[in-house]
Design a protein around this ligand. Structure first.
Ligand code: SAM
Length: 255
């Protein structure tokens, strides 16, 4: 099913978003980095990894780059991708991810010195070979310039583009279609969200629980016994959601 993107993304300001959610590594972001460190510990070297809806961020690529892998980033908004490109190209006004890299190394149990932070930043820059527009309203199509991947990761994308549960399920299904059979799906969502803010603007979010997340992963073809979900509470009262949910699952071989 091909869908319309219901949100006016011109209202989404990358810098406002980064400053609101990634200014520091508070309890939410620390939990997120720990989850990603655990998730990528299991991923073999040389795997291909897609971050779908990565937005203007690179935090999810830090542990993805902990071994030699090929990483692609897709997002709907060129302005968000430009923030990623700015960081990759070391432009002076790029967002500062130093603290996130340092904390991700800590989460992995690695030493976090200025040398290792620099080394991991270089690894990310070397392993991200594609930053391009991708639309989660459309499924993967064989024979196009897109690929299927060993790992598909999507953090706060499908649940942050609509407040409609059926549309959310379709977005997750489209994102999961980029996964090879037997591939690993890494999915983060807001928990029990009503909306989320970016600066003065409010964006829609789907109200979800762990039960909804389990169901959608089964529906999109993940092995039920492979699904692991964790939740953490929101770390400040200004949030319009109760917490974050983190899931990993393996796509069934014949899904
Ligand atoms: C809440 S942000 C999440 C960004 C990032 N993954 C993170 O963890 O902070 C939602 C992202 O979804 C992107 N997005 C919105 N509609 C999309 C679509 N149809 N396909 C792909 N990405 C989309 C937005 O541009 C934005 O970057």
């Amino acid at each position: 099913m091909v869908m319309q993107n219901p949100t006016d993304w011109k209202e989404f300001k990358a810098i406002d978003y980064l400053e609101e959610y990634y200014a520091d590594v508070g309890p939410e972001n620390w939990a997120l980095l720990q989850f990603l460190a655990r998730a990528f510990r299991e991923v073999p070297e040389y795997s291909t990894v897609l971050d779908f809806g990565g937005g203007p961020t690179i935090y999810a690529l830090i542990s993805a780059a902990n071994r030699r892998r090929e990483i692609h980033v897709y997002d709907y908004l060129e302005a968000n991708l430009d923030e990623v490109r700015k960081w990759i190209q070391r432009e002076p006004d790029a967002f500062d991810w130093h603290e996130f890299i340092s904390k991700a190394l800590e989460a992995e149990g690695e030493p976090f010195t200025s040398y290792t932070v620099h080394k991991r930043a270089a690894a990310i820059r070397g392993q991200v070979t594609r930053v391009s527009r991708g639309d989660a309203s459309q499924p993967y199509r064989a024979g196009t310039s897109t690929h299927q991947y060993d790992v598909v990761m999507s953090n706060f994308c499908a649940d942050s583009v609509t407040d409609d549960r059926v549309a959310w399920q379709q977005y997750v299904s489209n994102i999961a279609s980029y996964l090879k059979p037997d591939g690993r799906f890494i999915l983060s969502t807001l928990k029990e969200a009503h909306s989320y803010t970016v600066g003065q603007k409010t964006f829609p979010a789907v109200f979800l629980t762990e039960h909804d997340l389990t169901n959608v992963l089964v529906e999109v073809g993940c092995a039920p016994d492979s699904i692991v979900i964790e939740s953490v509470p929101a770390d400040r009262p200004s949030r319009h959601y109760q917490g974050l949910m983190f899931a990993v699952a393996t796509k069934l071989p014949l899904a």
